[in-house]
Design a protein around this ligand. Structure first.
Ligand code: FAD
Length: 465
């Protein structure tokens, strides 16, 4: 073991940290540190036990943590609800986890401006519910909507089921406030629906994964609830290839669906086991769709297209409870597939014309490598989530899974897609910066990071390292 001659003892560092956090709390007990350092949503990257978990309650607390980090050269891991699937907010050995989870107030909902101003710890679903009380809604709806935060959603540029209609988080953020690594605060963007002044630093922060600053306030766009009835339905297809073709046709029809979710045969079988249902009896792939404010004519168009693309057992419902059940079914797909096993859920986004070829490729790849790949995704916007699973008792990612990921990612790039549609990069995909971004952009990204965080304190080893 290497001997380290530190200028300061652990006690010195913690005493200083505690003196800098006046409004929030500093936890150093092993149980909290373990719980907040290691996240079961992903495996395979570098994680380690943090030295402190700071739940900040004010801008001054954030500045205090960063002051400590600068003084002792300690990494800071921004974290909110800790649902990252890419090892984006797990601990690193000796780091300080800075949690904005408790900064969770909705500061304003303005009907006149159609905006909400929130602290980062506000849960996505809670904001949506509050907005709905005023006839508005918050559109981005990741599968983690019931528990993930706006701060985390902004920092990962989260997507979701309704991205096909309303765009991802980036399309719904108007402004934000952040504390930079050197302690300065910045206010970026604002509450106007258009803005063409200066470099767009608001968007630079969206998806920055905690590497450029700590976000402490966000202004998001709210949408008026569409008039008319919401309609949901399911349809079954022989395989994902035909399903993907049907999805493309529906998307191009002009009916503007707000959900087009695809589940392949393996996923449907897993879901049946989990839910005690019998969907797999119908056929090989399942589509769940929604039209908001869907007129009978629009529903008819969708039905015709499903027919044309050999959709079977099509059912449509306007009943609210039935719709909630369908939505829940889609959300249950993840626990059904994970089933207590180690897993890696991937997240490619394809040009729409390449969705079907990608689905086809994944099917072939599973057969070639002799593994079961569970593919689902927000098919309407080209986002594919293949999940790779292996035994819970095997800690190391098996070589065949690493090979499957490698081949999947190269194929994605070859087809003009991106290997991160909405879950971000974290530690799982940062080795792919060069192939995905190219030499020059890869370098520019490092230069941007250095400009904002020259001491590399904020979420090191994630996103661009
Ligand atoms: C069951 C399940 C389903 C999911 N479904 C989807 C989905 O459909 N679509 C999707 O996009 N994602 C999905 N996710 C992934 C995850 O929920 C999202 O990435 C989410 O945006 C993370 O939010 P969080 O608050 O948990 O962030 P955390 O995990 O706490 O952090 C995520 C990243 O943001 C940074 N960060 C957090 N807070 C701040 C802050 N205040 N300032 C600066 N940086 C910060 C962290 O450093 C980290 O890099 C799913 C996850 C699970 C477990």
């Amino acid at each position: 073991m290497m001997t380290v001659f530190s200028a300061y003892s652990d006690e010195d560092i913690l005493a200083y940290l505690k003196s800098q956090v006046m409004d929030g709390t500093v936890a150093t007990d092993e149980e909290t540190l373990r719980k907040q350092s290691f996240n079961p949503n992903a495996t395979g990257g570098e994680t380690g036990l943090a030295r402190a978990f700071v739940s900040v309650a004010s801008v001054a607390d954030i500045q205090g943590v960063l002051r400590t980090a600068r003084k002792f050269h300690i990494a800071v891991i921004p974290q909110t609800t800790f649902s990252s699937t890419v090892i984006g907010s797990d601990g690193l050995t000796g780091a300080i986890i800075l949690s904005t989870r408790k900064m969770n107030k909705i500061l304003e909902i303005s009907k006149e401006d159609s905006v909400a101003v929130v602290q980062p710890g506000v849960v996505n679903g809670d904001l949506d519910q509050e907005a709905r009380k005023q006839g508005l809604f918050y559109a981005p709806d990741p599968g983690s909507k019931p528990f993930s935060s706006i701060g985390g959603n902004v920092s990962t540029n989260a997507g979701g089921m309704s991205t096909v209609r309303y765009g991802a988080t980036k399309d719904n953020v108007l402004g934000l406030k952040a504390v930079l690594a050197d302690g300065r605060t910045v206010s970026l963007g604002g509450r106007t629906l258009k803005q063409a002044f200066g470099y767009d630093l608001t968007q630079l922060f969206v998806g920055s994964e905690g590497t450029l600053g700590i976000i402490y306030e966000v202004t998001v766009k709210l949408m008026p609830i569409p008039l008319g009835q919401s309609v949901m339905g399911v349809a079954f297809f022989d395989d994902m290839l035909v399903l993907a073709q049907g999805v493309t046709a529906i998307r191009m029809s002009g009916v503007y669906p707000t959900m087009l979710e695809a589940l392949d045969g393996n996923t449907v079988v897993a879901l049946d086991k989990y839910e005690h249902t019998h969907y797999a009896d119908h056929s090989g792939a399942m589509l769940i769709f929604r039209l908001e404010g869907g007129s009978p004519e629009n529903v008819q168009v969708v039905r015709q297209l499903l027919d044309q693309y050999h959709g079977q057992n099509v059912t449509v419902t306007t009943d609210e409870t039935e719709q909630e059940k369908l939505e829940q079914l889609r959300r249950d797909m993840l626990p059904a597939v994970f089933a207590g096993r180690n897993h890696l859920m991937e997240d490619m986004a394809m040009p729409l014309s390449k969705l079907a070829p990608m689905m086809d490729y994944l099917q072939e790849l599973g057969q070639k490598l002799g593994i079961t790949i569970y593919t689902a995704g927000h098919a309407g916007d080209g986002n594919v989530h293949p999940t790779f699973v292996w035994d819970k008792d095997v800690d190391e990612v098996p070589p065949v899974i690493i090979e499957a990921l490698r081949q999947t990612f190269w194929k994605t790039l070859e087809l003009g897609g991106t290997i991160s549609g909405e879950h971000a990069v974290g530690m799982l995909k940062n080795q792919w910066n060069n192939p995905e971004l190219g030499e020059t952009v890869d370098q520019l990204q490092h230069q941007i990071k250095t400009l904002f965080d020259p001491m590399n304190l904020l979420n090191p080893k994630r996103k661009i390292d």
